[in-house]
Design a protein around this ligand. Structure first.
Ligand code: NAD
Length: 511
């Protein structure tokens, strides 16, 4: 494996054989059980991470709440300057961190680099944003009164992240939260803990150099910390990225104490392929969407809804494209598809195929687990295509693996209904050169998803837009546009600079 430079990358990122929290330096305390992180690429142990106990969590929260008191007083553009330096530090470590993401999570090195690039982009974005945390002014109905609204920092933001974007999701939250004046406590996925340790090491250097209280950026490790965060009234906002099943629990628990949540949960994303589509474009969008990151993106393409007049031709082109896919070590740029995260995910993939067959699905491209040289981790599977009905139970659920369901439609209205007729509402797309179809798809009678694209697949997004989805995807928005508002509290201010005290709505109260 070391011809891919993994050892060097781990060294550069300060990853040791056993990584444990320290009371000096980064704000991470960990004296609990050990998580072993195995690479899905080759099944080898990459390193170990100690988990945070309840006492460790308490220490971290004390550091974070203390740090908030000073961080909120730093002018926002000065906070932006720190985030700018974080972006610079990430640029320096881009190669090493991209490699670790690829090795620990299993996505291609190119996608690992892309994930780090997203981190850099969100830092750049946040720097500009730090001078644009605007409120409105409005005209008062009362004379000599001034009204406006302003945004104040919220406090401690708890970020709980999924394994599939082990570093980018955290940065979308942290970079924005920091310029907003919040401090962050991050609980990374226990499947990719070393990526979090690496980020924390990078951040710590920047904070130290600038004499910033390191409590502004904390981590806690281990699944048990999830519920500590959910129930902690000192955390006004929990930003959760993960499955709908756990998101539902987080949502209820945080709501019970009137905390806020940003929920970024599962997707069930479809591409509508119109008879007016450019088929070459469809193939790139659909195949990358379905097999990229081995189908483990929240925006992965799970359903292809194809017009009946071009159905056979599209299926043939798809079969042809799938035979050309090479599956193997994701650090090797010649491979298109890497492994699933672990054997549990492989079992979920196999169960989904069986379930689809039992509901009447017809296999168009055969799946299966790969064995032999290069596949020793047991996590490599063949991307699979199944002809199915939208109503099948298995089609209605998100399977986090490269299983693509294909189905036919006859009118665009029917296609939009099928696209919408699932519990999730994250990403959607139509491939068409027909302006009426495209506009209908984007209209209020069109896609009900948080992301709706024309002639672009469902997979991936740019940080400039607000990212998130509706229905069981949770309704949260992160990243660009005005998503920053969720990280601040809004206050309406009215100032009377006159010599009388008129009441609103013309009410008289004389005595
Ligand atoms: P998961 O739900 O299994 O885990 C997510 C996180 O929740 C992990 O950090 C886990 O340790 C933590 N967790 C476990 N129990 C918890 C509890 N009781 N309270 C709080 N946190 C707890 O998800 P996963 O398998 O890591 O990720 C895959 C899922 O994430 C997919 O459903 C995917 O669609 C979704 N996802 C969504 C987006 C999005 O932006 N919509 C992005 C990435 C991933």
């Amino acid at each position: 494996m070391d011809n891919f430079g993994i050892k060097d990358a781990l060294n550069q990122l300060g990853i040791k054989e056993l990584n444990e929290g320290t009371s000096t330096g980064s704000q991470w305390f960990a004296n609990g059980d050990i998580i072993e992180s195995y690479s899905p690429v080759n099944g080898e142990l990459i390193g170990k991470v100690k988990t945070s106990t309840k006492d460790d969590y308490e220490k971290v929260m004390q550091k974070a709440t203390e740090a908030f008191k000073s961080w909120r007083l730093v002018p926002a553009p000065k906070r932006g300057e720190i985030v700018r330096q974080v972006g610079e530090a990430l640029r320096e470590k881009k190669d090493a961190l991209g490699k670790l993401v690829s090795y620990e999570m299993g996505k291609s090195f190119q996608e690992g680099l892309g994930e780090v690039q997203e981190m850099i982009d969100i830092c750049d974005y946040a720097v500009g944003l730090s001078r644009q945390l605007y409120g409105f002014t409005m005209h008062s109905e009362r004379p000599m009164h001034r009204m406006y609204d302003q945004y104040h920092p919220l406090g401690v933001v708890g970020t709980i992240s999924a394994f599939n974007f082990p570093v980018a999701v955290w940065s979308w939250n942290a970079a924005i939260a920091w310029v907003c004046g919040d401090v962050c406590v991050w609980k990374p996925s226990s499947k990719t803990p070393l990526c979090a340790v690496a980020c924390q090491n990078i951040i710590t250097e920047v904070f130290r150099k600038n004499n910033i209280d390191e409590g502004v950026s904390c981590i806690v490790t281990g699944n048990a910390c999830g519920d500590l965060i959910n129930n902690d009234h000192r955390i006004p906002l929990v930003s959760f990225t993960g499955s709908t099943r756990i998101g539902r629990h987080v949502s209820k628990t945080v709501a019970e104490r009137f905390g806020k949540t940003i929920l970024e949960l599962g997707g069930n994303n479809a591409i509508i392929v119109s008879e007016h589509a450019d088929i070459n474009m469809v193939l790139v969008g659909a195949v990358f969407g379905a097999v990229g990151t081995a189908g483990q993106r929240c925006t992965s393409t799970r359903r292809l809804i194809i017009h009946e007049s071009i159905y056979d031709k599209t299926i043939q082109a798809l079969q042809n494209a799938y035979t050309q896919l090479s599956i193997g070590n994701p650090l090797d740029a010649s491979n298109h598809v890497g492994p699933l995260i672990d054997k549990g995910a492989v079992q979920d993939y196999l169960n989904a195929i069986e379930k689809a067959k039992s509901e009447g699905g017809k296999v168009i491209v055969e799946g299966g687990v790969l064995e032999g040289e290069g596949y020793e981790s047991g996590c490599y599977v063949k991307p699979c295509v199944i002809e199915a009905e939208n109503s099948y139970e298995i089609v209605q659920a998100e399977t986090f693996a490269p299983v693509l369901y294909v189905m036919k439609y006859s009118t665009i209205e029917e296609a939009i209904d099928m696209q919408n007729n699932v519990p999730q509402g994250l990403s959607s797309s139509v491939f068409t050169t027909n302006m009426r179809e495209a506009e209908l798809f984007l209209s209020h009678a069109g896609s009900d998803c948080g992301i709706a694209n024309v002639n672009i697949g469902t997979s991936g997004a740019e940080i400039g837009g607000a990212f998130g989805g509706e229905k069981e995807t949770g309704g949260g928005r992160e990243s660009g546009s005005d998503a920053w508002k969720a990280y601040m509290r809004r206050q309406t201010n009215t100032i009377n600079y006159g010599k009388e005290l008129p009441l609103a709505q013309g009410i008289k109260f004389d005595f």
